[in-house]
Design a protein around this ligand. Structure first.
Ligand SMILES: C[S@@+](CC[C@H](N)C(=O)[O-])C[C@H]1O[C@@H](n2cnc3c(N)ncnc32)[C@H](O)[C@@H]1O
Length: 264
């Protein structure tokens, strides 16, 4: 089965991603950024982190790549609105980038590797376009590290169901802990790993994002067949998420894993 991108491109999902910025989600990579660099952001989505990267490396150039044209349009418009003139956005797939060999000083990729079926193939392609001596920084969540309160069986089920959807789409919800190994397997050296938590405040943004994705689940026939759920229970799961988001003691912290490596 081919790889599929689990979050989809609804306005809810796109707005959810667009709230991220370099300080909140790319801080681990900031010490490696230098003015004048040529930088690639692969899987840039709506470009909110990419524009922060572009500002940090000016007068260098930032190229944002995403396989989805709607995201490229949004990122391009945001660059125009924010008067960021050193960023350009291109449609492209990480497995076959429309970019020359050895052409970037640094590569950044945020929240992409959990959606990839062939992460080493993807990294080999990033290796190809990175200059010798260049650096790479990846950040992805790991679903083994979530801290959630208060839990209920329906809430647990909704999170497990979303995770199952991502696995059905040939993604890997536990890729965070494997990023270091993936870089090493591809040949990167001087690897530094770190991790951080994102605490969602208010909870409604993450709860609504997960609830809508579960409701729009295209894998429902397969899920029913495998005894995972039945159609009415999707409603129960999304209701549990929305109720939890209003709970005065509701808490959700997401584990993110980060790695930086070098093409030496
Ligand atoms: C979760 S979003 C992250 C967007 C942004 N980096 C951020 O963190 O806000 C992942 C993005 O990767 C893109 N993507 C998924 N598979 C891809 C592939 N094979 N090649 C290029 N981009 C891909 C998706 O279209 C989506 O916009």
């Amino acid at each position: 089965m081919p790889e599929r991108y689990t979050p989809g491109y609804s306005s809810n999902a796109t707005n959810f991603m667009a709230k991220r910025n370099l300080d909140t989600h790319g801080a681990f990579f900031k010490p490696y950024l230098r003015p004048g660099m040529k930088l690639l952001d692969c899987g840039c989505g709506p470009g909110s982190i990419a524009l922060g990267l572009a500002k940090a490396i000016a007068p260098g150039t930032l190229t944002g790549i995403d396989r989805e044209v709607s995201q490229i349009r949004i990122a391009t418009e945001s660059a125009f609105t924010q008067a960021v003139s050193n960023a350009n956005f291109l449609e492209g797939n990480i497995y076959a980038l429309p970019l020359r060999d050895n052409s970037f000083d640094a590569i950044f990729s945020h929240a992409l590797f959990e959606h990839l079926q062939e992460p080493v193939q993807a990294l080999l392609e990033l290796w190809r376009v990175l200059k010798p001596g260049g650096i790479i920084g990846l950040r992805s969540p790991d679903w083994g590290g979530f801290l959630i309160a208060p839990t209920t069986p329906e809430l647990d089920k909704s999170l497990s169901y979303y995770k199952w959807l991502q696995q059905q789409n040939n993604g890997n919800p536990y890729v965070g802990r494997e990023l270091r190994a993936l870089l090493r397997e591809t040949g990167f050296t001087n690897i530094k790993a770190s991790a951080s938590y994102q605490c969602y405040e208010p909870l409604s943004a993450i709860a609504e994002y997960l609830a809508l994705r579960i409701e729009a689940s295209e894998n429902i026939d397969q899920a029913v067949e495998k005894g995972w759920t039945y159609e009415q229970s999707l409603t129960a799961m999304s209701r549990a998420l929305r109720e939890w988001s209003q709970h005065p003691d509701g808490f959700f912290a997401q584990a993110w894993c980060e790695v930086v490596g070098c093409k030496s």
